[in-house]
Design a protein around this ligand. Structure first.
Ligand code: GLN
Length: 488
């Protein structure tokens, strides 16, 4: 039952010699073979290189040079560049792209001796909330395979939830780590903007993108953040703040900590059973000694419209590089240069990506720039100010991660606005640059419910501590969907 172990437990098992990294890796590769067809959560599985990394990790351990995560498997979101391995970003445009170098996140996992099982499925260029925008087809939710796992890191979320990897990475521009974590019953952390290097992370909206851990438990997220966080001169927005040992403070009491509950997060838009589930969780936190305080975040409702100006604006600029000239997809028999550009982009990008490039180009064009883009940037500041005001009175903010539980495949694909509203509680955290964590808080009709914790700049430690303390008195994070429990 190796797949039921958390990273912390796997780390101890490897250290005690209960099993080897090769055996552990084989166990996961076996599970992937068994379940991948049903879930479609991987784009690439790297069997050979994973076994080689595992053997090397066992040798490192035998030499006494292991770190806590040496020999532990991980699945990487397919928008992180991996040297020698396809990095498609869920797009036809990059389906032939073998990255020539490793992203900083990959380098750090490799340096810690982790084993890469494969690359996970995702919405094309990380645009989506359901994983239905992938060139490689949708991912199914392990709790109900007729439902979506959330997006855009849907493959990573489903793989962790079905225990087809002990942990994964995701990236989060408006909710793509936290929302799929919520919909699949796992723990996901979007760190503060600048905490983890974006070097080699294929850009969607550069002022919002941030990578982070997707794991079973908060303790596991802390272990992963320990290796991922830190300065990198190759990303000029990556900060040099000291990196604390995130595991060291997990067992501290949360007595006396003040948790703010925003009025704007508990309105009619929130499924009432999710609201009730969160009230129970809030009571548990009170029993652990936390003080609960109602707060206001008055500009909450402006987040989604502001995001859908700023993110497409940045995307339209970032995605201009895919022109069929340098790398990636190129159309057949172009007549001339203009034809090459036009057909390459028309054939290489999916519908949602094209919609956003159009919106982004529009809001940045002369005459509209001031009305849309500049206005959106001003409101972005107001949204951040709301949080700064609130954090004068509270240590952590708590709310739902998603307004609904996992929805049916196809349910929202024809209505982009209702899809965009999946992120009403997560998007503002990116606009403000703050850290946010989603953890399992219960079930509604057999589907997982996520609870979101939002922290002050660079205060991931407090989020992880609150989540860990809650996970000491709850069992939601330990639940595995029936079909994936496994006999051995
Ligand atoms: N769902 C949001 C979007 O479609 C957020 C995506 C993300 O965080 N990458 O843009």
């Amino acid at each position: 039952m190796l797949h039921t172990y958390s990273l912390a437990e796997l780390s101890q098992g490897l250290e005690k010699g209960d099993f080897t990294s090769v055996a552990l890796t084989q166990h996961y590769l076996e599970r992937i073979k068994q379940h991948q067809e049903m879930l479609n959560c991987y784009i690439s599985v790297c069997e050979e290189s994973a076994l080689a990394q595992a053997a090397a990790a066992d040798t490192t351990r035998a030499r006494g040079a292991a770190t806590p995560l040496t020999g532990i498997p991980i699945a990487q979101k397919d928008l992180l560049c991996t040297a020698g391995v396809k990095t498609s970003c869920g797009s036809k445009m990059l389906d032939n792209f073998i990255a020539p170098y490793d992203a900083a996140v990959i380098e750090r996992c490799n340096a810690a001796g982790m084993v890469m099982l494969g690359k996970t499925n995702m919405d094309e260029f990380a645009m989506g909330s359901s994983n239905e925008n992938s060139f490689h087809g949708p991912v199914m939710n392990p709790w109900d395979i007729e439902r979506v796992p959330g997006g855009s890191s849907g493959g990573s979320a489903a793989a962790v939830a079905a225990r087809l990897t002990p942990c994964a990475t995701g990236t989060d521009t408006g909710g793509s780590i936290r929302q799929p974590a919520a919909l699949t019953g796992i723990t996901g952390l979007k760190p503060t903007y600048g905490r983890i290097s974006r070097y080699g992370l294929i850009a969607y909206a550069s002022s919002l993108d941030q990578a982070g851990p997707m794991t079973q438990t908060a303790e596991d997220a802390a272990l992963l953040l320990n290796i991922l966080a830190g300065h990198d001169p190759r990303d000029s927005t990556c900060m040099s703040n000291p990196v604390p040992d995130y595991q060291a403070t997990l067992n501290q009491s949360i007595k006396g900590l003040t948790i703010g509950i925003p009025e704007e997060y508990f309105t009619a838009e929130l499924n009432s059973q999710i609201g009730d589930t969160l009230q129970v969780a809030i009571k548990e936190l009170q029993k652990l000694g936390a003080n609960i305080k109602p707060i206001r975040l008055p500009n909450t409702h402006l987040g989604v419209p502001v995001y859908y100006v700023i993110a497409p604006a940045e995307a339209s600029s970032n995605l201009s590089r895919y022109d069929g000239v340098r790398y990636g997809y190129r159309c057949e028999n172009p007549k001339d240069l203009l034809d090459l550009y036009k057909r390459t982009r028309a054939e290489g990008f999916g519908e949602e990506v094209k919609r956003r490039i159009l919106i982004g180009t529009y809001v940045l064009s002369a005459g509209y720039y001031d009305a849309y883009y500049i206005k959106a940037q001003k409101i972005r500041r107001l949204i951040r100010n709301d949080f700064i005001e609130a954090f004068k009175e509270v240590d952590v903010i708590l709310g739902p991660t998603s307004p609904t539980t996992a929805f049916k495949l196809g349910e929202k694909t024809t209505d982009p606005i209702s899809m965009y509203l999946s992120d009403i509680y997560t998007i503002n955290v990116n606009l403000a640059g703050l850290p946010g964590l989603s953890l399992p808080a219960g079930f509604v009709d057999g589907l997982p419910v996520g609870m979101q914790l939002i922290g002050k700049d660079f205060d991931e430690a407090t989020l992880l501590k609150v989540a860990h303390q809650y996970q000491q008195v709850s069992h939601w994070h330990r639940e595995i969907p029936n079909m994936f429990k496994g006999a051995k």
